[in-house]
Design a protein around this ligand. Structure first.
Ligand code: SF4
Length: 352
């Protein structure tokens, strides 16, 4: 049965001869998987697949890296972070460069690891770099809750947590339809995508196998030809209408909405999350009295345009020359989910 669906989806995709359509892969993992699985090889020229803003490291602005470096070098804080962020350029240097100047930077795999580190090293002020979308935020909240319950006074978050609905609205004219990220909507549920249909936003939620991605693309192609806005959950084995109630409970207890800056997109209203007043002792900006920090990205870097689907990574002048995974100029070349790293890894100039 699965083989039959996959073949049917493949036929729908390959045989498309209608007007040009643009489909945005919101999620960086989809960009990578579509390359890796060879799906781009069957996409006709009149279907353009464009990358989107769904890589948490990529959308985190330069100023956030500067804040983390400031905390490490000026306030002697120990920075706990996911590995990708260490090589993302700040205005003057990245965290690896700060480490060579004496900054203490620990790589962790989860906010809970950072909490455990703080618990075991109470003489250090520990700051976890809390980036990510709806998927990772609940675990950051859990780490704060555990720290509060344990009476830890040496643990804080530097928050850049983001939520997706605002950016879907911001980018709704960039593409004819979105491939929505399956893991984000496993947490949020399908409700917000359903509501966006009334605002003219179309898309399908999809998983990450070849069958799931091709089925989703076939649905998008078919529904676009029918006309009107649409939504379809093509990942029902994981994504439900309600999403994860446990995740909603912990996040709404610890965090609240705030405006948030996205790399290349500027500040989007209510597209971020910050710690609530009751947890402000765990907010690194408050704890260390950080003022406003404005980062400066390398003027050659077009990450902001890549994240909005305005250009392909290979349109950037330094792609594959001055900017490679070994020597990244921008965040999209650093992260495993970054579009520039996907194009570099899989032979970057493929059409679409
Ligand atoms: Fe930025 Fe490098 Fe991508 Fe160009 S190739 S947009 S410099 S990350």
């Amino acid at each position: 049965m699965a083989e039959k669906i996959e073949k049917t989806a493949k036929e729908i995709i390959e045989s498309y001869r209608g007007p040009k359509i643009r489909i945005m892969e919101v999620c960086g993992t989809h960009t990578h998987e579509i390359f890796r699985l060879g799906i781009r090889n069957i996409i006709p020229e009149n279907i353009e697949l464009i990358s989107g803003p769904g890589c948490p490291v990529c959308v985190t602005p330069v100023g956030f890296i500067d804040e983390a470096i400031m905390l490490a070098l000026d306030h002697n804080a120990t920075i706990c972070t996911f590995g990708d962020l260490v090589r993302v350029p700040g205005s003057e240097m990245n965290l690896a460069g700060a480490r060579s100047k004496g900054a203490k930077v620990q790589i962790v795999y989860s906010p809970i690891d950072a909490y455990e580190y703080a618990k075991g090293n109470r003489k250090e002020q520990v700051v976890f770099l809390s980036v990510g979308f709806e998927t990772t935020t609940p675990v950051s909240c859990l780490a704060v809750k555990k720290a509060k319950d344990a009476g830890l006074i040496n643990f804080a978050l530097l928050t850049a947590n983001k939520t997706m609905p605002g950016v879907y609205r911001t980018l709704k004219d960039s593409a004819d339809a979105f491939l929505y990220p399956g893991h984000v909507h496993a947490i949020t549920g399908t409700k917000l995508c359903e509501a966006l249909v009334n605002e003219g936003v179309s898309g399908v939620i999809t998983g990450f196998t070849a069958n799931e991605i091709m089925t989703a693309l076939a649905v998008v192609i078919t529904r676009l030809q029918e006309g009107g806005s649409f939504f379809k959950n093509c990942y029902p084995r994981v994504v439900t209408h309600e999403g994860s109630k446990a995740a909603h409970v912990i996040v709404s207890e610890i965090m609240e909405d705030c405006d948030s800056e996205w790399r290349g997109l500027g500040v989007i209203e209510n597209s971020g999350l910050k710690l609530k007043e009751a947890y402000k002792e765990f907010d690194a900006r408050i704890k260390f009295h950080l003022g406003e920090v404005k980062g400066r990205s390398n003027p050659a870097c077009r990450c902001g345009d890549v994240l909005q689907g305005k250009c392909k990574p290979s349109d950037c002048k330094v792609f594959g020359k001055g900017c490679t995974p070994l020597h990244p100029v921008g965040a999209c070349m650093v992260s495993n989910e970054g579009a520039c790293s996907a194009y570099y890894q899989y032979g970057g100039n493929i059409n679409g």
